[in-house]
Write a protein of this length. Structure first.
Length: 161
């Protein structure tokens, strides 16, 4: 039921990782992707006064469920117990059936030796927490579907954190 959303989420997250892999200081231009009856679409959000997370929430309200899956990825910083303040790709995903998922993908910019750390589930709505392993398995299938980006991600993966 959630395969389409998790495939798109993994694919776009991989694209974002690939995009920041050679940037010295991060700086991803926010991405928004969605899947509808007419296929998969990707937009880069250049400029605008709204924060990407709010812009995505507003887009979802306007969409009113016309798309089967939508994902937004933007750059920022995260501080977690097992990781000091780190650059992070934030992934917001929403799909039919009420699934909402927020992930953080911490990374180290290229100037410090590019590395990508394990994705962190920040929040999830619409499914029980027991579903997280199944959802993440589908997420990784989406990552692998973006062959060029998956190669970059796999080469830079640091699972120590």
């Amino acid at each position: 039921m959630y395969e389409k959303l998790l495939d798109l989420t993994g694919f776009i997250a991989a694209h974002a990782v690939w995009s920041v892999s050679d940037l010295d200081d991060g700086g991803l231009i926010p991405l928004m992707a969605y899947e509808s009856a007419s296929g998969r679409q990707l937009e880069r959000w250049i400029g605008g006064e709204q924060a990407p997370k709010q812009r995505f929430a507003d887009w979802l309200k306007e969409d009113q469920g016309k798309t089967s899956a939508a994902v937004c990825v933007f750059d920022g910083y995260i501080t977690l117990d097992d990781l000091p303040r780190s650059d992070c790709l934030f992934v917001e995903a929403a799909g039919q059936g009420g699934l909402r998922l927020s992930l953080g993908i911490p990374y180290r910019p290229a100037k410090a030796g590019f590395a990508v750390f394990r994705p962190k589930v920040l929040s999830i709505d619409g499914v029980s927490p027991e579903m997280i392993p199944t959802l993440m398995e589908q997420f990784w299938k989406g990552v692998d579907a973006h062959e060029q980006a998956a190669a970059v991600w796999n080469a830079a993966l640091d699972q120590s954190k």
